[in-house]
Ligand binder design. Structure first.
Ligand code: FAD
Length: 291
């Protein structure tokens, strides 16, 4: 099923993100993870793609197919373009289509080391219009940034570039993680004002530890509300209480978004089913059956 159609029939659309195992030895672990996540009945699961280029595509596609065929959940393979040629990208899109997958998350990705990229794609909007041209029926997702992309000088400019991705053919958007809902509401208002009319899922990453948060705020350029700083300070030496307080924070964050009528909630599961479970069990009106 095409993901954009899901937003017409339910609110919020609930989705999970997983990443492929880093080593072959961890493959069994991903099966267990997918099974447990599948039992929570999300509307779809997305699978990240290594920005390293064509070498990373096979494992992403294999996991996406597994999600769809074995666990019966709709899948969303990610695809990045900055380090790939147009030919390589075209082959991967064709394989996605041949596998009967109807959705792609189209991303630019980040440059690797000192590389300047494969040269043919500079921005995600070019990948989006290429996919739209070759596969007019494909449902295309694109990345949004509630606080603006880390390399972009302002939120207004970030929204302007986002609109270009929508005009290139994106059907729905998923945001990067954010911890302060006020930034999402401000972004959403700007997106609507700019003429963006497609659904936007809010990306939520539950907090696990101080080091994880430090890494994320630096990598993604997101702000940290004082409530989280206080949690990290108070429970610095008590990991169990830290996790409990952090879980309360993300559950409250999600329920506040739902109260504000958000189109979708996308949980960055970090391949930790217990984190996703805890959050969906506490989600207002969650209708996943038998969990
Ligand atoms: P773009 O939309 O092309 O933006 C890239 C930069 O260019 C931004 O700074 C933007 O402001 C700027 N820009 C855009 N258009 C223009 C223009 N016309 N003129 C000037 N500047 C412009 N990375 C991975 O490697 N693998 C993944 O699987 C992955 N999954 C992700 C999933 C989600 C939901 C999100 C939010 C991000 C994900 N990323 C992933 C990270 C993403 O690849 C990086 O954030 C990347 O730096 C930007 O990708 P993009 O598709 O948003 O690029």
């Amino acid at each position: 099923m095409k993901i954009n159609e899901m937003y017409n029939s339910k609110k919020p659309v609930v989705s999970f993100e997983v990443f492929p195992p880093k080593k072959e030895a961890d493959v069994q672990g991903i099966y267990d993870t997918l099974e447990q996540l599948g039992n929570l009945h999300p509307d779809f699961m997305s699978v990240t793609y290594s920005a390293g280029g064509s070498g990373g595509s096979q494992i992403t596609l294999d996991i996406a197919s597994l999600i769809k065929e074995k666990y019966g959940t709709e899948c969303l393979p990610h695809l990045t373009c900055i380090n790939s040629t147009a030919d390589e990208v075209q082959k991967i899109v064709e394989e996605i289509r041949m596998r009967g997958i109807e959705n792609i998350m189209a991303l630019r990705g980040d440059l690797i080391g000192d590389s300047t990229g494969a040269g043919e794609f500079k921005y995600a909007k070019e990948l989006i219009s290429n996919i739209r041209k070759d596969c007019p029926d494909m449902c295309i997702g694109a990345a949004a940034y509630a606080e603006g992309h880390v390399d972009c000088e302002s939120l207004d400019l970030s929204v302007e570039y986002l609109k270009q991705k929508v005009d290139a053919g994106a059907n729905f958007l998923v945001t990067q993680l954010f911890f302060d809902n006020r930034s999402f509401y401000e972004f959403y208002e700007k997106a609507i004002k700019s003429g963006i009319k497609i659904p936007i899922s809010a990306g939520i990453m539950p907090i696990l530890s101080k080091s994880q948060i430090q890494k994320m705020i630096f990598m993604c350029g997101v702000s940290l509300p004082s409530e989280i700083v206080k949690i990290l300070y108070k429970y610095e030496n008590n990991i169990d209480d830290l996790k409990k307080a952090a879980m309360d924070y993300s559950a409250n964050q999600i329920n506040d978004l739902i109260s504000h009528g958000v189109d979708g909630v996308h949980i960055y599961t970090m391949n930790r089913p217990e984190i996703a479970r805890e959050n969906v069990l506490r989600m207002k009106n969650y209708n996943g059956a038998n969990i």
